[in-house]
Design a protein around this ligand. Structure first.
Ligand code: 2AM
Length: 184
């Protein structure tokens, strides 16, 4: 397997995919500014266009499974909701600094569960750890103290996306492949 194929998602024509909430550009900019306030020096802050919230990480996916995922994603029922990003936190071992909701809205939990089930029905193994919704703002960063944000960020969520990740020397590059509107 060539290293290029590996970077694309494991070779054999597979792509490295995940389901995510993808903010509008203005919100990505606001979150990037927040990242600059939270992580003043050191670390690698994400560029605005890379900022997102992962719902389900899928890993390398072949064309047949991608088609299956897209079909089942279109059947998911979860209403639009507002996400209040009101907490900062860190995963110290992964050296990730993030913001996230103090309380997970029910539609978000429902959406994540439905997409995880879709992945399983398409024959993909996903993370078995509990879902901790978070928006990574910096990697390789010193941890920030976990706590409430002085100015919470409101995110009206109306859709979800299937995203391709390409690993590159400067960090992952993401491409939104397809979006589905939320509906109850
Ligand atoms: P993170 O921001 O907390 O690192 C694309 O890689 C997205 O999928 C990232 O947002 C990343 O979350 C998430 N992700 C979840 N599990 C992953 C895994 N095992 N490998 C790579 N990324 C993962």
């Amino acid at each position: 397997m060539s290293s290029a194929a590996e970077a694309e998602g494991g070779g054999g024509g597979r792509e490295r995919l995940f389901f995510a909430l993808w903010p509008a550009p203005a919100l990505q900019e606001a979150l990037a500014r927040l990242g600059r306030r939270l992580v003043r020096k050191g670390g690698r802050r994400l560029p605005p266009e890379a900022i997102h919230l992962t719902l389900v990480f899928l890993g390398p996916v072949d064309a047949a499974r991608r088609a299956c995922l897209e079909r089942l994603a279109g059947e998911v029922l979860a209403p639009p909701f507002e996400l209040l990003l009101d907490r900062a936190g860190a995963f110290p071992r992964a050296r990730v600094v993030w913001v996230g909701p103090g309380v997970t809205p029910q539609p978000l939990a429902r959406l994540e569960a439905a997409l995880r089930e879709a992945a399983a029905r398409c024959g993909l193994e996903t993370d078995t750890r509990p879902f901790v919704p978070h928006v990574t703002l910096a990697r390789r960063a010193a941890p920030v103290p976990a706590g409430p944000l002085p100015e919470p960020v409101r995110w009206p969520v109306a859709d979800f996306a299937l995203v391709r990740s390409r690993l590159r020397p400067g960090g992952a590059g993401y491409e939104v492949l397809r979006r589905w509107p939320l509906r109850a």
